[in-house]
Write a protein of this length. Structure first.
Length: 423
């Protein structure tokens, strides 16, 4: 992989203390426990901090709630048009973050203005037509099938054998894929999102799968998301729809899988939830909402590009500078979470689903919540005495600058017979 040294006069160094170098958006501290790191960045640089991406590429990380609200609420000054980026000449063709920070991708992520609103409406309409009872039934069915594979063993690793498989199986079915295509899609998406050496290969596999799906559905439409998007009257091309399906699959699967894993970990390790682990549905909903505040799967989002010079958080932002949305950091902003140890209850003013024109569409949020909550509830119904098989401080996180999820979550439980489709 081609790498580059940080250039002289790095744009993100302007406005920061001379002794405070830009922080790399990677490394053990960032992956293991980033909250103290975000706090240090805030103490050193203020609400916006200079960071360095793979290959010495500079960017800004927006840390505070107020500043993140400003950036996501002004799509003209802080645009989603990645062509504005002033670093493209330094980006090699094999840069592993290209799947997450792409150029001239005809997807909804990089579309602005009226065309973006039309695409958002197409996606919302296609997802809103999903029958909520069918969605819950599918989630229960696939959850039971996955649990049947390990419920008689008394122990398993719940991330790889359950959380990482459930969302994509449900989404693939809703979108129109055959169920057996799920495992390949899981690997491709994980490779793409983690931004490492297999990222471009994962993106290629996912794109090829989407084009094949659309070709099949154009020939024989069905009652599925892909067919509804193809039938939309707004005149989107097959490539545009394929790109949007890739975005929807990636955004719908991995964060939901991490939402399941992070919520289960919280319920198994936090005294506020451990006593009521099997004590009813309310504790599941509370834990899920708490995770969106304290341990959100979507840690950082790339990004926004300044359409002109401006000032943000006391820093001079140049035209074309990249701003990364620090979702986790903003959710933990001490001006917002003044009593971080207290439960947030029903407060959903977090940034975990975004804000502004490019926020996650509400029907997509509903789909993710149904899959995650059903997955947790079915697991607790089937294995009510599950417990961690390792100390909490031995759990590790996947090395990704964007998403925060567990690598493994080993559990123990009392062995039970498989249902075999009898629920």
């Amino acid at each position: 992989m081609t790498t580059h040294a940080a250039p002289t006069g790095c744009p993100v160094a302007h406005g920061s203390p001379a002794s405070a170098a830009p922080a790399p958006l990677s490394g053990p501290r960032f992956h293991v426990e980033p909250t103290p790191l975000y706090r240090e960045l805030r103490d050193t640089h203020g609400p916006v901090a200079p960071v360095v991406l793979d290959g010495g590429i500079p960017a800004w990380l927006v840390l505070d709630y107020r500043e993140l609200h400003l950036v996501t609420g002004d799509p003209v000054l802080f645009s989603r048009d990645s062509d504005l980026w002033n670093q493209w000449e330094r980006i090699p063709a094999d840069w592993p973050l290209l799947p997450m920070i792409g150029r001239k991708q005809p997807s909804i992520l990089y579309t602005v203005g009226e065309r973006h609103r039309e695409r958002a409406a197409m996606i919302s309409d296609a997802l809103e037509a999903v029958d909520p009872f069918e969605l819950r039934r599918l989630a229960e069915q696939f959850a039971d099938e996955l649990i049947d594979a390990f419920c008689g063993t008394g122990t398993t690793e719940i991330i790889g054998r359950y959380a990482m498989l459930l969302p994509v199986r449900v989404l693939a079915h809703l979108y129109g894929f055959a169920d057996e295509q799920g495992p390949g899609l899981v690997k491709a998406m994980n490779d793409m999102i983690d931004g490492r050496e297999d990222a471009l290969a994962g993106q290629s596999h996912l794109g090829k799968s989407m084009f094949e799906l659309l070709s099949a559905k154009r020939a024989v439409p069905g009652n599925d998301v892909a067919s509804r998007m193809l039938a939309d009257p707004s005149g989107f091309t097959t490539e545009e729809i394929a790109q949007d399906l890739m975005v929807m699959m990636a955004a719908g699967h991995q964060p939901t899988a991490d939402w399941i894993g992070n919520s289960l970990r919280l319920m198994l390790t936090d005294d506020r939830f451990a006593a009521s682990l099997s004590g009813g549905r309310h504790s599941v909903a509370e834990a899920m909402n708490e995770v969106l505040w304290e341990d959100t799967p979507t840690q950082n989002v790339a990004g926004r590009w300044a359409s002109r010079e401006t000032t943000l958080g006391g820093h001079h932002i140049k035209a074309g500078d990249l701003l990364l949305l620090g979702i986790a950091a903003a959710n933990a902003d001490p001006q917002i979470r003044t009593h971080a140890s207290e439960l947030t209850g029903g407060n959903n003013a977090h940034f975990s689903f975004g804000h502004g024109e490019h926020r996650c569409p509400f029907p997509a949020q509903e789909v993710a919540e149904v899959i995650a909550r059903t997955g947790i509830e079915v697991l607790l119904d089937r294995l009510p005495d599950l417990d961690l098989a390792t100390p909490d401080d031995a759990l590790t996180r996947r090395p990704s600058p964007w998403l925060r999820g567990l690598s493994t979550l080993p559990i123990t439980f009392t062995s039970t017979p498989a249902l075999g489709g009898t629920r």
